[in-house]
Design a protein around this ligand. Sequence first.
Ligand SMILES: [Zn+2]
Length: 361
Amino acid sequence: MTSSSQAHTGQTPAPSAEAEALHRALFTLDSHIDIPWPDRGDAFEDTEARRVDLPKMQKGGMSAGCFVAYIAQAKVDAEGHAEAQAQCLAMLDVINGMQGSQNGVTARVCSTVAEIEAAYQAGVLAVIPAVENGYAMGDDPAVLAQFRARGARYVTLTHNGHNALADAAVHRPSLGDKPENHGGLSALGREAVRHMNRLGLLIDVSHASKKTMLQAVAASAVPVVASHSCVRTLCDHPRNLDDEQLDALKASGGVIQITAMPAFLKPRDGEAPRSAGVADFVDHIDYVVRRIGVEHVGISSDFDGGGSLADWQNATQGVNLTAELLRRGYDRSEIAAFWGGNFMRLLGQAEAVAEQTGTIG
Ligand SMILES: [Zn+2]
């Protein structure tokens, strides 16, 4: 193997024919993908500028992806809230444009389990909108209904920096943050959780502080998701979940979606540039499985939001992850649970609670 081909396949050998066949046969969902902003209208083009576009998903045997309207944290004031809300709605509109047929690829925006399953049965890519940062609702939980009306299925309570809803794992002194502003969820944040439950929006605790996360688990009528986080015991980063948090996920039925962010996967080795591969990623899956069980862990890339591994650099290379899971001895049903089954269970639970208590569009 030449060094250049090694650079493409990273630490793992080429996937076996068995892994290729299994990967193609599975429903595969990536729970956290960013979109370029401002929009370039290139979702249907296979472009080097994106780690995930619809042609790469099709080529890589991906079935579904949660595409997020990511709003950077800025000042918590009326002006900041108005800008955040406007940008979020504009980004959700762009994500809603990721459907139809172009360049030999067909995609459909889906916002219920039934719609996602129907797209999969039809051989059509499922685009699932989501919102990253509750800052986008400002101080008005009624705005959450506008996100849901645009198909969103989860809202990440915070990004880096506290907002009006909750404290984040990483505070931002430059924005005036103290280490804690609320001691977890604010009263508004608790109200937002109730609204999200009624609307069928999952509560995403990635980026949230530990107190926020544990309080959200207790406050939500639906199990929470960490849409893109890793295991703190293996890599001591504030964005990761520690054992107490994993145990809370188990007790409540929640799910952690391990993510392809080297800084969350592996402690830095001296001065060497940080890099990680699917073997490191699956170490985190193994840990969660051993501690809380197969049904509480899934897969996210955070592609186009900073995620990338040596051997999972874009949406065409997900098979390397399936191959590593097979190598570790997981069977088809377990791999299917990681690649979307567990996340879909949560979506279904959110829909059931919304049907009992509110509306789901
Ligand atoms: Zn993020």
